[in-house]
Design a binder for this molecule. Sequence first.
Ligand code: ATP
Length: 587
Amino acid sequence: MSKMKIEPMKQPDKIVNYWKKEKFVVALIVIFGLSYNITIILGPIYQGKLIDSIAYGNSLSSVIILAITYTLLIGINQLLRYFKRFYIRRFANSTSATMRLMIYNNIMHKSISELDDENTGNLMTRAISDVDLCVEGMRKFTTEVFDTGVLMVTYIISMLVYDVKITILSIIFVPIAMVLAEKLKTVIYKYSKEYRQKSSELADITYDAIENSMIYRVNGMESKNSVKYIEELEDLQDKAIKANILENSMQPIYNVIAMLGIIIVIYLGGTKVINGGWTVGAFSTYVAMFTAMAFKASKAAKLFNSVQKSQVSWKRIKPYLEEYKIKDTSSNIDTSCTLLSVKNLSFSYEDGKGNIIENVNFTGSQGEIIGVTGSIASGKSTLGISLLGLYPYVGSIKIDGKELKDYSEYERSQMISYLGHKPQLLSDTIYNNITLGSKSDITSVLKDVCFDKDLEAMRNGQNTLVGNSGIKLSGGQQARIALARALNNKNKIIILDDPFSAVDMKTEEKIIENLKNNYNDSLIILISHRLAIFNRIDKIILLNDDKTVDYGTHNELIKKSELYSTIYNLQNTEGGNNDEHNKKVSI
Ligand SMILES: Nc1ncnc2c1ncn2[C@@H]1O[C@H](COP(=O)(O)OP(=O)(O)OP(=O)(O)O)[C@@H](O)[C@H]1O
């Protein structure tokens, strides 16, 4: 059996294209679906013949031949059914995989501002959970086109061959059941939509309870949350009942309506047998065909409802099914030297909102360390983020003479390494947290961040699992693993946002020495509250509360900024080697 190939597709927001994409599989479904549903009619026909041959006293050998033929036909018919089912499953699996691939690709190409929006993340998680429901609807539809549509046509044609009048009179109840189902579909859609919405909300609440269990527990919120959770569950149950009851409770009613024609069949057919127009076997064949057809007709009514239900899911997925995009991974960057030049840089997170930083000017080159400091919420992290080029900025950020926004996203990722404000550890091993899935020797980088001693105490060494968000590591260990990740992916420019906030002063000093010695082919931008080592770095950017910026060497800032000199002196005089003290007197 050939392995399923998952490939992107064109116009993924048109549902019919999923059938077009699987042309070969759909062709096989058509072949097996048609042959299964056409040959099914041979079952009741041969059953009737068998009854007649017994009733009219045919020879034993001809009865046995008929019985064998009947059994063989049923066997072949079921084999065709097996293949039809197999290829329909294959179509469903492939469609589900394609939809997931297209949604995943959409996530990969969302802008950072869109991803920052919490709602986008939630909506996409829900959309992915809707894929299965939607594909299930498509599978049912494909199945029923044959098992209901083709089969009903086959039965009706055969019944017409047996008797035109009885057929026309007995099937007039079928459209009534269908019209009733059609009328109910809007109501079913409404209830189904409400149920799906509630179900996603409950999934969010569950994720939240798991992710933030510690916070809720220590704040004594768990029992209160449990009560709320039960209320939500009850509401979900209520909506589930409304959504399902109407659809399922209607099934027997559709069934009864479609079956009403049996009265006509028995009356007119029975009369025809008495008058010698039909044999008992022909009558039995006709009754079997009518019963099967009426049963299928009532299923068709249910099919309309289930297609309606899966449309709820399709509508939720559709906005995320956009054309497949491929990230450009060609790179044209200068690896021989590094020159960063920032001129009149201003930045705001949203258009029209006030600037977080204004008119920042500085230059830096390979081998330098530039410190960024300032009071709380003065925009230190924002300056680091703006240098990544992920958001639009005003002014100029040039790397090696070329504007940052003119580099491709991939080129930027190859020029700049970044350690964010939070460690953002994955629930994985130390090794995977640092390499992010690539293969490299991390021994030296672990030494550079002074983690080698910590590692010796860990039984599983680099394969130690860090727990959810690094919970099994101390704050300082988490910070150093995150720093090691940024350094392992060493680029021309390394931006480190507060890497030492959870690290003691001695370790900080050692790491700074390692950075100076082992990363002098990069330009390092070091964002920090702690100024202890700032007298050993090349230049400092001080972001003031009034959005003015002081820029210069340590000695220049000591002279020109009262704020800088006061804090530096406080951090380096009494208690200067004490972390608690430094926190109190930090900028
Ligand atoms: N993603 C964001 N969207 C909108 N506003 C933001 C975003 N990130 C930060 N801000 C705002 O920007 C301002 C500066 O925040 P930033 O984190 O850059 O300051 P900071 O100097 O690094 O702070 P701290 O000293 O507390 O680390 C704050 O008022 C904050 O609310």
